[in-house]
Design a protein around this ligand. Structure first.
Ligand code: ADP
Ligand code: MG
Length: 437
């Protein structure tokens, strides 16, 4: 077996929130990245993928365990490790050439050498001729190419990519991914190993020699899978499809348990909700209920039929499972009897069933509803609820979670929310129709 370039053993990480609460984010993570391999990291949003990447780059210290780079403990940012971010992170006032040269400047390289190296990296990634352009003059795909050139110009031993293709449209993302694989296989990159965080199962199957799946709360490695398909890989080939199915199954197993909410470390009230839009939930249920699926489909087929990306389909599937409208098992979605009633029902019945399931299966929604019922005015400020969530979640996540709960609760007419006034209230009129979520 090739030797490990980067190695994590028993890594744990906690974050302290503003009010001093300590939250575990990663728990006992073992991971090694070996010479010559591409590893893909999949996992739900918030499972600690970006945190893990920053740890691997030496940007973030660990609270437990060890990080080694080529056998030596890693303390502080490592020059040999390059990173590419989803957001491109380019300086808007610098040209392509200047953006790429930045990393070299920091190393005190002479001007001429810098220019030559940056020029070569820009050409390698297919941007020759654009050296003088400003980021705003480039398309998203080209901007991300600059981001990659900036990482490659330092000749990193290891390249870490954090959802580097997910801000791009599908075709542009695929094209860039293929170009990177071609450089990798052609040996024109100095890089010895790559770790790719992805939201996209197909992307992981096309790129990686090994796929690691993270579970959330706290983040830990749920399982790993070797991918031995010959390259270049055809994402629509039978072998690739079978692997995509298998990973879907791995990522959705135990959905029943997750549905009951509370992880070991977090009260049920603050359990994350899948970021799922109610309109899309309805759409997906209808698609599932209809021919040719007739209530039963595996997720890859459904992804195809619905034209949804994995990153959007999985939260929808988890949300429907949590609400008991479908059963999710080994990557298969099965409409439940309740789900069938829901789909067949009119507007009113759908609201009623949705509301009833929310109260039964989403503790945060039930808690807010019960609190509002105690009030003569039928309303309460959002602050105490947000404060409660902030004890267990980051600021942005607490707000996100409340917003998801509100959008679901509106659909089930469980409560209303006036975001500007920061007020939650019981629904007033009969069937007054929803405000925009
Ligand atoms: P992912 O990339 O898988 O979506 P992240 O690694 O970004 O997940 O985040 C994992 C968890 O750690 C989240 O709950 C997030 O709010 C929290 N977190 C990340 N960075 C910080 C930080 N600097 N301070 C506090 N909490 C953080
Ligand atoms: Mg992330």
């Amino acid at each position: 077996m090739a030797r490990a370039i980067l190695e994590l053993t028993g890594v744990g990480k906690t974050f302290r929130s503003a009010d001093g609460h300590v939250r575990p984010v990663l728990d006992r993570v073992d991971l090694s990245l070996r010479e010559g391999e591409i590893v893909a990291l999949l996992g739900p949003s918030g499972s600690g993928k970006s945190t893990l990447l920053r740890i691997l780059a030496g940007l973030l210290p660990v609270d437990a365990g060890e990080v080694r780079y080529r056998g030596q403990p890693l303390f502080g940012p490592a020059r040999a490790i390059g990173m590419v971010f989803q957001s491109f992170a380019l300086f808007p006032w610098l040209t392509v050439q200047q953006n790429v040269e930045l990393g070299l400047e920091a190393r005190g390289m002479a001007r001429a050498a810098r220019a030559a190296k940056a020029g070569a990296a820009i050409a390698l990634i297919g941007l020759a001729g654009y050296e003088g352009a400003l980021p705003r003059e480039l398309s998203g795909g080209m901007r991300q190419r600059v981001g990659i050139a900036r990482a490659l110009v330092t000749e990193p031993d290891v390249l870490l990519m954090d959802e580097a293709f997910s801000a791009l449209d599908v075709l542009t993302g695929e094209r860039l991914r293929e170009d990177i694989l071609e450089l990798w296989q052609g040996g024109s990159m100095p890089t010895k190993a790559m770790l790719v965080v992805s939201h996209n199962i197909e992307e992981a199957v096309v790129m990686a020699d090994r796929v690691l799946v993270l579970a959330a709360d706290p983040g830990r490695i749920r399982c790993q899978l070797a991918i031995q398909l010959p390259r270049p890989r055809e994402p629509d080939g039978a072998d690739a499809r079978a692997l995509v199915d298998e990973i879907y199954a791995l990522m959705t197993s135990g959905a029943g348990r997750a549905a009951r909410g509370a992880g070991a470390t977090r009260p049920a009230l603050a359990a994350r909700l899948p970021r799922a839009d109610v309109g899309r939930m309805d759409g997906l249920l209808e698609l599932l209920a209809d021919q040719p699926f007739d209530g039963h489909a595996d997720l890859p087929r459904l992804a195809e039929a619905s034209e949804l990306a994995d990153a959007d389909l999985l939260p929808l599937a988890h949300a429907l499972a949590q609400l008991g409208l479908v059963q999710l098992d080994s990557g298969d979605l099965q409409l439940s009897a309740l789900g069938r009633r829901y789909v067949d029902g009119g507007h009113g019945l759908r609201r009623e069933l949705f509301g009833q399931q929310l109260l039964a299966h989403v503790p945060l929604v039930a808690h807010i509803r019960h609190s509002l019922e105690q009030e003569a005015s039928g309303q309460l400020p959002d602050k105490p609820f947000l404060d409660l969530l902030r004890e267990h979640l980051g600021e942005a996540e607490a707000t996100d979670l409340l917003h998801t709960a509100v959008s679901w609760a509106r659909h089930g007419e469980v409560f209303e929310y006036d975001a500007r006034a920061g007020l939650l209230r019981l629904p007033t009129g009969e069937d007054e129709g929803g405000e925009a979520a």
